[in-house]
Design a protein around this ligand. Structure first.
Ligand SMILES: [Zn+2]
Length: 239
């Protein structure tokens, strides 16, 4: 059995800016990267966030809340969560692609991401891991790599949200496929908690919403643990 390499400690100060985080759904950036984003913002670094989907599929069939209203509520939650991490609304961009259907919108995702990233060409891009076990997370990988080609030299760090919750061994990065990096997020845990708590529609029943998606307690506990792990990835020519 191959023993995976021990993660290298990540020093946020060495990440080239601007740093962009791409989130398939509102909350992925907080769950996966909240500590790092807060650390970067606290150090005065330029942090931007790109939301890929509209988040409108989490509570289907809510009589008192249309999909459009839910999407608007989730966009507001996303911006308020990012504000808790020190990322101002002016540095947020949302593509508004349909939640749950990113695999059908790869070209629009590439185009939209390239345009958004072009507003502040990234030195570092945080993106959901290729095999993070959620269909939208997986579907975002190739279109984001394509968009990133327009920015030679960008450093790519993949984050995970569902891997430890739902993933099998085949979903984890293989030895040599990525370079694991770890960040002690203890100093920024309070900000990360506030950012996660901003996503009220994802944390339990609310008046007017049908029973819908709820973030599992085990995932929240892991997200609020003391470390974040990143997988640095260098695409090959074909990717
Ligand atoms: Zn997600």
């Amino acid at each position: 059995m191959t023993v995976p390499p021990a993660p290298t400690p990540l020093d946020p100060a060495v990440l080239a800016g601007p740093v962009w985080v791409a989130a398939p759904h509102p909350d992925d950036e907080a769950l996966g990267c909240g500590g790092l984003l807060a650390a970067l913002a606290e150090a005065g670094r330029e942090v931007w966030a790109l939301l890929l989907s509209d988040g409108g599929a989490s509570h289907p069939a809510s009589p008192a809340c249309s999909r459009a209203r839910l999407a608007a509520a989730r966009l507001a939650e996303w911006r308020s969560g990012l504000a808790a991490l020190g990322v101002p609304a002016e540095r947020t961009r949302a593509l508004g692609l349909p939640d749950g259907e990113l695999s059908r919108h790869g070209e629009a995702l590439t185009r939209g991401a390239r345009t958004a990233l072009g507003e502040a060409p990234p030195g570092t891009l945080l993106l959901p891991w290729a095999r993070d076990p959620h269909p939208d997370h997986r579907a975002a990988w190739t279109p984001l790599l394509r968009a990133a080609r327009a920015f030679p030299g960008v450093r790519m760090l993949a984050y995970t949200v569902w891997l430890e919750e739902r993933g099998g061994p085949e979903d984890s990065p293989r030895p040599g496929e990525t370079r694991p990096l770890t960040l002690n997020v203890q100093p920024w845990r309070a900000a990360k908690r506030r950012a996660i708590q901003a996503h009220r529609t994802q944390l339990g029943p609310l008046p007017g919403l049908s029973p819908g998606f709820v973030l599992p307690a085990s995932l929240l506990a892991r997200a609020l643990g003391g470390t974040e792990t990143y997988h640095e990835f260098r695409p090959t020519e074909e990717q």
